[in-house]
Design a protein around this ligand. Sequence first.
Ligand SMILES: Nc1ncnc2c1ncn2[C@@H]1O[C@H](COP(=O)(O)OP(=O)(O)O)[C@@H](O)[C@H]1O
Ligand SMILES: [Mg+2]
Length: 290
Amino acid sequence: MDITFEQVGFCYQKNSPFETRALQDVNVTIESGSYTAIIGHTGSGKSTLLQHLNALLLPTEGTVTLGDRVIKAGEKQKGLRDLRERVGIVFQFPEAQLFEETVEKDICFGPLNFGVSEEDAKARARKVIVEVGLTEEILTRSPFELSGGQMRRVAIAGVLAMDPRVLVLDEPTAGLDPNGRKEIMEMFATLHQTKGLTTILVTHSMEDAAAYAEKIILMKAGTVQQIATPREIFSEPDVLTDLGLSVPDVVHFQRRFEERFAVKLGKTCLTIDELVGEMLPHLGKGVASQ
Ligand SMILES: Nc1ncnc2c1ncn2[C@@H]1O[C@H](COP(=O)(O)OP(=O)(O)O)[C@@H](O)[C@H]1O
Ligand SMILES: [Mg+2]
């Protein structure tokens, strides 16, 4: 399902002395089946934007369109259940929400709540546990006996068990070690490809944004500063550093190389392989001997 934000604004505790503006004049289109990363400084409105994607928050200004569902500011909303089924959100540290005695019960909780039969819910649990890289044996265990990485996978399995069409991820690798992070990111890439899931990832990792996203939304103080491909975004590293953000190491290295040898490579490289390919002709011209 396509997602559009038109002139969307959002204030927490509107019309109270504690009113806080979190989004302003946000215009965004996210195409069905695409992979989008959202980056921006802490407090720039990323999590607030995410919560509009399944109507956990409703816009205080403008219109959010989610597939065939139009949500206009100020209008009463009914039947948001359907939307909650189609859009799965993996919140930060999702394992904190595990609570059942067994992994299976935890995974089945959402589907059962949405009227799926017990038999179907259990079948879903067996399917999704494998999709998150665990095995069926784990279903009978207590989620609290598992490692941190396994708990996170179980929590993600609980979201997948709802069979969403859109998967929204709020810093899903926070707190994991580098190997765990890579595995989880690869898992989401596989889910995106095999299930055709529209994937929306909030991340602090510019490496991940560069490696996985087709488009990046750059947020600044509640507004969308830029929407572009990773190559376009990382071609202007100064914009990012001014916002207190970094660029992927490979982009940083390319810049240093270009400065040091007064050359300009053909494009901003997002992977080491691309960079090697672009550097080779320059090395051949004697740059290496300087
Ligand atoms: N529940 C809340 N109540 C009041 N203000 C909030 C709440 N959640 C976030 N904010 C404020 O809204 C702004 C955007 O926050 P958030 O969407 O969490 O940003 P990010 O996810 O990019 O760090 C910040 O100024 C933050 O302090
Ligand atoms: Mg956040």
